[in-house]
Write a new protein. Structure first.
Length: 426
């Protein structure tokens, strides 16, 4: 937005800030929040505090630095109110788990470490944040963020003290952070219609088990080497030898093939041409097939066996079944993408495809958040500063999304201003 456009929506933005930042106790802090949001939305290649302050008529670099990096306002109720406003507007068909990397120099920014950086396509010094987004075919919005803390930070007391990382925050795998966010959102009374994620998350059997344990449905992308038994495969127990020892446990006697093998064995004729939505250049269309399978592997079997043994003293060896969705593009020699889903057996294939493909929608989020709103332009180093910045970027994105979807629609009063009752998890 240019300066003229920002001035045109100034009154609407002031109402938005008054509502979303109602939990922030001081008026001067809310005023700085309004200023920071205008700086993020204003045209400009760099969205660092110094650059934004220079572009804003009322910009004060020292005030904005203090507001983001030193101020103690709680970002959690702000995030909650953003979600309360955006979820009804976006009307998501699914929530998307993903992560984003931000290249960073030095060693003293919270969570920074040499790790795979998607922004650069290689291992590099960066911060990584896990996120959950609400997504429909036409709109999406980030709901929560978690800054990933690599293992090397767990015991580095010097860097933790310098970057103000809370004592209770330690290393947690990215899939656990995703489940933590879903739990936090559930505490606010917000549950997803379905969960989708790319193969970095979907291949993880622990994540799939965690979603199932929470009663959540999913359509998760997986790698081609994930193993699964055919639906009609049956576990068998060998005959007991002699009269001593334990009875042999039932298990599948054939090695589980990969999902790539299962999908290829269906043959090209089993794949149906389907359109999942209308794109800017025409229909988005490919060929898909579904088949019921039983995902295999020790990470799948162990919790199922433990639960069955605890409940009834034994396990019959039968693995739960689910959908395998595969895509075989026209002209390709073999299937190229695969998904597992615990949606009911009567779910139409078009619904599975629609959910599998809705994940691409959040790429629009990331482009706007990073290139338009400066998600990765934050130059501070502290844990609170990063969470303040990300919350403000999310608020700016939410405001722009509201303007696109319902430019004149009034918003209801916030039911979540009572910040004292809210969780303090960042």
């Amino acid at each position: 937005m240019d300066l003229h456009e920002v001035r045109r929506v100034r009154a609407t933005l002031a109402l938005f800030v008054a509502d979303v930042f109602a939990s922030v106790p001081r008026k001067d802090q809310r005023t700085k929040g309004d200023c920071y949001l205008r700086g993020l939305m204003l045209d400009g290649r760099r969205k660092s505090i110094q650059a934004m302050a220079a572009r804003l008529p009322d910009g004060n670099e020292q005030n904005l630095q203090q507001f983001v990096n030193q101020s103690t306002w709680d970002p959690v109720p702000v995030q909650r109110r953003i979600n309360e406003r955006l979820l009804p507007l976006v009307d998501p068909v699914a929530w998307v788990i993903d992560d984003v990397s931000m290249p960073k120099d030095g060693r003293m920014s919270a969570g920074v470490a040499p790790q795979y950086c998607g922004a650069l396509g290689k291992r590099a010094n960066c911060q990584v944040a896990v996120s959950v987004h609400a997504a429909s075919d036409t709109a999406s919005c980030p709901l929560q963020w978690r800054l990933f803390l690599p293992e090397e930070w767990a015991t580095d007391s010097h860097r933790r003290t310098r970057t103000l990382i809370p004592a209770e925050v330690t290393h947690r795998e990215k899939w656990r952070l995703a489940l933590d966010m879903l739990d936090s959102l559930a505490d606010w009374g917000m549950t997803p219609p379905a969960v989708v994620a790319d193969a970095a998350y979907g291949t993880n059997a622990h994540l799939r088990a965690g979603l199932t344990a929470r009663g959540l449905t999913y359509v998760l992308s997986i790698r081609s080497d994930v193993s699964a038994h055919p639906f009609d495969a049956q576990p068998m127990a060998p005959d007991r030898k002699g009269d001593v020892g334990c009875w042999p446990q039932p298990r599948y006697r054939q090695r589980a093939p990969s999902v790539a093998v299962l999908a290829t064995d269906l043959g090209p004729e089993a794949f149906t041409p389907l359109t999942w939505r209308q794109g800017s250049k025409g229909e988005l269309r490919s060929r898909f097939a579904t088949v019921r399978v039983r995902p295999a592997g020790k990470a799948v079997e162990r919790p199922i066996k433990a639960a069955a043994s605890a409940e009834q003293g034994w396990w019959d060896g039968v693995l739960p079944d689910c959908w395998l969705l595969a895509e075989w593009p026209v002209g390709a020699e073999a299937p190229s993408e695969y998904w597992l889903s615990n949606l009911p057996p009567d779910t139409p294939i078009v619904e599975l495809v629609r959910l599998a493909k809705v994940r691409r929608r959040i790429e629009h989020d990331y482009r706007e958040l990073k290139h338009g709103l400066g998600l990765d332009h934050f130059e501070g180093r502290s844990w609170p500063g990063w969470h303040h910045h990300v919350t403000l970027v999310t608020a700016a994105h939410a405001f722009l999304t509201e303007q696109r979807l319902t430019p004149k629609a009034p918003q209801p009063a916030s039911p979540s201003i009572r910040s004292s009752t809210l969780s303090k998890t960042p």
